[in-house]
Design a protein around this ligand. Structure first.
Ligand code: DSN
Length: 423
């Protein structure tokens, strides 16, 4: 069993908070974390986020700051920028966005005016709030037009995307999403964006690590701008980046600062630099391909147990399970699995008749378990646990969930998580 990390200063100054951190360390060690947007960062990335770099204000960009004392910070940010350019093969990178939503908002600020039309994937179809969905500022301040997936295949309907683009003439087209289990055809989106003279923003937040590791096609050269968080498959700190062609560099930078943000979070920038160095290593290619191999093996094992998967399977790190045929709502299943030590999130499925806060599906993914070293040979067992957990949820069998929780903790103890200590 893993032991909590020791945080001597924190424990002395604030034992209550230190105890919560220790409990979270234990939880992350003992459970099977299947939320596809989560991961374990390396000890090096974790250390970088806790450095004195966080004490420094650095509004501006390297060599052009509004504060003095940037001798080290400029070099930190330049390292991160150059590594991002090398890993993703882009001409320009901005590593300052605080997270994915501000990064996407900066793209709006750079390339559209309030009230302009933007085209993005509908949230219930797998898109993201910031792709113009109504309840988001992006759907309030801009005119969001949304595309979806085909009812028969659950694949993006490019006839619909093209027709909408021709009719609505959006300033920006977003591709990418949060619950898309299949390869994004960046070339097809690029062709449509060029035809209607729109800026194509590829939001690769979920798949950035797969792209870096060569396990998913790159949006380069099809997208004008690439937006990504750095903490999902890329296995970096909570942060984000905007990348672009050189011709868009000025607009992107101006939108991030001073358009939207103040001082960059330099400790995060440092950790992004560390993560990008890790992503450039040959072992990261193995990691990215292992994430996909695990997801495919997990999908196969679930299909064999009679589960309905949106689009019939996966090409990437993510599997979207439609539980309608199991007669267990997604939220009930997700909460039961949590009690069994299997952490997932409930999620809408395309054309979901249920409400977003009580939808039909659960969303799972393999980035975290792959970071712990689980391989395809373990995926039938993971599928078995999910199946037993869902059946227990249907019957209200708490004892069965407790048994699974013990089995999960035992296996997890054999696969120490990066960044967490082992006994
Ligand atoms: N919240 C992220 C996810 O879980 O996919 C997207 O912002």
């Amino acid at each position: 069993m893993s032991q909590p990390l020791s945080h001597p200063a924190l424990s002395a100054a604030d034992p209550e908070l230190a105890a919560l951190v220790g409990a979270e360390e234990q939880l992350q060690a003992d459970t099977l974390r299947l939320i596809p947007s989560e991961n374990y960062v390396s000890a090096a990335v974790l250390e970088a986020t806790g450095t004195v770099l966080q004490n420094k204000y650095s509004e501006g960009y390297a060599g052009r700051r509004y504060y003095e004392g940037q001798q080290n910070i400029d070099q930190v940010e330049t390292l991160a920028v150059e590594r991002a350019k090398a890993v993703f093969g882009v001409e320009h990178a901005n590593v300052q966005p605080y997270s994915g939503s501000p990064a996407n908002l900066a793209a709006y600020l750079a390339f559209a005016e309030p009230g302009d039309t933007v085209l993005g994937m509908a949230l219930p179809m797998g898109g993201h709030l910031t792709h113009g969905w109504g309840v988001s500022a992006t759907g309030t301040w801009f005119r969001g037009v949304q595309y979806g997936v085909r009812p028969d295949s659950a694949l993006i309907d490019f006839d619909e995307v093209r027709d909408l683009a021709r009719k609505e003439r959006p300033k920006i087209i977003f591709c990418g999403g949060t619950a898309v289990p299949r390869t994004i055809d960046f070339a097809a989106f690029g062709e449509i964006a060029r035809e209607v003279d729109a800026v194509l923003v590829a939001d690769i937040a979920h798949i950035a690590g797969l792209i870096a590791g060569g396990a998913h096609p790159s949006p380069v050269p099809h997208a004008d701008v690439i937006s990504t968080t750095t903490h999902k498959t890329l296995r970096g700190p909570r942060g984000a980046m905007l990348m672009s062609r050189a011709s868009h560099a000025k607009a992107v930078d101006k939108a991030v600062f001073p358009g939207l943000q103040g001082g960059p979070h330099n400790h995060t920038t440092a950790a992004i630099a560390v993560a990008l160095r890790e992503a450039a290593a040959p072992s990261f290619r193995d990691y990215a391909h292992a994430v996909v191999a695990n997801a495919k093996a997990l999908a196969e094992a679930l299909l064999a147990r009679g589960y309905d998967l949106v689009s019939g399977g996966t090409d990437n790190h993510l599997v979207l399970i439609d539980l309608t045929s199991k007669e267990v709502p997604g939220k009930v299943a997700a909460k039961a699995l949590d009690r069994a030590g299997i952490v997932v999130n409930y999620n809408t499925v395309p054309f979901d008749p249920r409400k977003p806060f009580d939808p039909s599906g659960i969303r799972i993914g393999t980035p975290s378990l792959t970071s712990r070293g689980l391989g395809t040979d373990r995926m039938p067992l993971v599928a078995e646990w999910i199946d037993r957990g869902v059946q227990a949820a249907a019957k209200g069998d708490e004892d069965a969930l407790t048994v699974i929780r013990g089995e999960v903790a035992e296996l997890m103890a054999a696969y120490p998580a990066p960044g967490l200590p082992t006994a």
